[in-house]
Design a protein around this ligand. Structure first.
Ligand SMILES: O=c1ccn([C@@H]2O[C@H](COP(=O)(O)O)[C@@H](O)[C@H]2O)c(=O)[nH]1
Length: 261
């Protein structure tokens, strides 16, 4: 099943657009313990979860055992839950081929995040993987998204709209991958959502980064967004279970996306 259908079905089944970020911060060198903990988080949060988003940085920081852990975690994930690998890769096409091979063929994740700022040709090795998903960084959640991404162009448009143009181009070319964008909740206000094509959004910034879901209100977008929470579920409010935290975030997101439901 392709990424878009898998995500849509999962959102329908759970009634949730919550994406749970799997960003483990090890307290010791016990990788096995870390694996057991992450599996517990997945088991508890799954009923409220549209997708999981492991960020590869946290696994790379644990060395080779961390990468093995990531591969096993992905391999054992419930098959009906999409996995978005947050890798944010961007390099010349020749090198991107090997990132694509690693993530889409070796790990077999459903979708990845990519940094599009080296240009469309750097996306092409990923665009040639039928059924997979790609989220391009457009307006990230950090304050520095102002430095380049939100800068005005000579014609009054914004740099992030060039990322939107890449989505349109991939549609004109009938690419088999499903292209969306990353828009940080903390920077999604103003005209940002209206400026971008109606494509799926991955929206980080809720929870620890303090993003406000009201930024999503009133948007006419039809493509299904997922809203990511990592620390807010893994580490904040330890008096609550992971299931309770996921359930609460899922409910908040539902209310923001479908007010009155
Ligand atoms: O613009 C972006 C793009 C990616 N991220 C990633 O999402 C999670 C957020 O973690 P929290 O703990 O919920 O803040 C993390 O993996 C980031 O690298 C982002 O925050 N902003």
């Amino acid at each position: 099943m392709n990424f878009s259908d898998k995500l849509r079905q999962r959102i329908e089944k759970t009634g949730s657009a919550l994406c749970v970020g799997l960003d483990p911060r090890p307290q010791n060198d016990n990788i096995e313990e870390m694996g057991t903990w992450l599996r517990r988080v997945v088991e508890e949060t799954a009923p409220y979860t549209a997708a999981y988003k492991p960020n590869i940085a946290y696994f790379e920081a644990m060395g080779i055992p961390g990468l093995i852990l990531l591969e096993k975690l992905v391999a054992d994930m419930p098959r009906d839950i999409p996995i978005i690998l947050d890798a944010k890769r961007g390099d010349i096409g020749e090198t991107q081929k090997y990132y694509a091979k690693s993530y889409f063929e070796r790990m077999n994740v459903d979708a990845v995040t990519l940094n599009p700022f080296m240009g469309y040709d750097t996306l092409e090795p990923f665009l040639d993987h039928p059924g997979k998903g790609i989220y391009l960084l457009a307006v990230t959640s950090n304050p520095g998204s102002e430095d380049i991404e939100r800068q005005p162009l000579a014609d009054g448009r914004r740099v992030y709209q060039l990322v939107g143009d890449m989505i349109e181009r991939s549609r004109r070319e009938n690419r088999a991958t499903h292209l969306g964008m990353v828009v940080g909740l903390t920077n999604a206000g103003g005209s940002v959502l209206d400026d971008l094509p109606d494509a799926p959004l991955l929206i980080p910034g809720l929870g620890a980064q303090g993003g406000d879901l009201s930024a999503l209100a009133g948007s006419n977008r039809t493509a299904p967004p997922v809203i990511n929470v990592s620390r807010g579920i893994l580490y904040q409010n330890p008096e609550l279970t992971y299931a309770q935290k996921a359930e609460q975030y899922a409910a908040q997101i539902r209310a923001a996306l479908r007010p009155g439901s």
